[in-house]
Structure formats: structure tokens, C-alpha cells
Design a binder for this molecule. Structure first.
Ligand code: FES
Ligand code: FES
Length: 155
């Protein structure tokens, strides 16, 4: 076990964990932030996507040792009132079905738009390719990303 210092959703936190503990379990078990979901556990589905220093990362396969000193954003910290442009577009397009994959989808989409505010269809396909939805909401996800593109502050 070791002590790690990081910033999660704008708050400094100290976590005592084994160096190999995936960030997914640090978030869910140590910090009680359960918006980030466990899907496959092997970086294949995207359900556990978070931002590490602004880049989207699969938290199930990202050890706490690699996150030491970084800034982490989870779905809980994406916006204060659930009003990030991507979240608003998700509502407008009524994207979720069961909802299980959606936090990860939103985190991938928001990272895409932060780095590329006007993505092409191909850019969207490439960025969202690793986020699997068993309910098949892909068409609405793409429409919502296009709606959110270019709107407001995407930080
Ligand atoms: S749970 Fe992390 S990618 Fe599937
Ligand atoms: S909305 Fe059900 S898995 Fe995507």
C-alpha cells in the first residue's frame, strides 16, 4: 500500500491503495463515486471512461500509481448542474436506453469535443469506436455529439 495524491473533480484527495489498484475501484470503492461503471474490466467497452488531465482513459485498466499527481474528472464532475453541452445534447436527443454505457459515452464525447470542437463524421466514429452500447444507441449518440459541437464552453 502507498499514499497517492490526486485531484478528483476539483478536490484534492489522498488515497491509500496498492499501486496496481485500477482507478475504477479507487473511484467507486475508496471515493464512493459510482457514476463510473464497470463493464468488461479489460479496456474493451468504454463503460469506465474518465478524463485524466483532460484525456479520456479507461479507468478499469489505469492503475492508481499512474494517476498520482493528475487531475481526474468523472461524470459527477463534468459539470456542476448536469448542464455541460454534451449532457444537454444527450437530453435533447433522448440518447440513453438502459443507461449503463452512457456515463462512459458522455466522457468520451466531451473529451473529443474539448480537443476537436468541430469533428467530422469520421472523427466522431474514431473517437467513439471503443465505447460499446448493448442497446444500440449509436445513431442518437452521433446526433447528440453533432448538436453539442461548437456550443459553449466545453472545458
Ligand atoms: S470496464 Fe473499462 S473498458 Fe470496459
Ligand atoms: S444505453 Fe444500454 S448499454 Fe448503452
Amino acid at each position: 500500500m502507498a499514499i497517492y495524491n490526486l485531484k478528483v473533480n476539483g478536490k484534492a484527495v489522498e488515497v491509500d491503495a496498492d499501486e496496481t489498484t485500477p482507478m475504477l475501484w479507487v473511484l467507486r470503492d475508496h471515493l464512493k463515486l459510482v457514476g463510473t461503471k464497470f463493464g468488461c474490466g479489460v479496456a474493451q467497452c468504454g463503460a469506465c471512461t474518465i478524463h485524466v488531465d483532460g484525456t479520456s482513459v479507461r479507468s478499469c485498466s489505469y492503475p492508481i500509481a499512474a494517476a498520482d499527481g493528475t487531475e481526474i474528472t468523472t461524470i459527477e464532475g463534468l459539470s456542476e448542474k448536469g448542464d455541460h453541452p454534451v449532457q444537454k445534447a444527450w437530453l435533447e436527443h433522448d440518447v440513453p436506453q438502459c443507461g449503463y454505457c452512457q456515463a462512459g459515452q458522455i466522457m468520451s464525447a466531451s473529451a473529443l469535443l474539448k480537443n476537436n470542437p468541430n469533428p467530422t463524421d469520421q472523427d466522431i466514429d474514431d473517437a467513439m469506436n471503443g465505447n460499446i452500447c448493448r442497446c444500440g444507441t449509436y445513431t442518437r449518440i452521433k446526433a447528440a455529439i453533432k448538436t453539442a459541437a461548437g456550443q459553449g464552453d466545453l472545458s
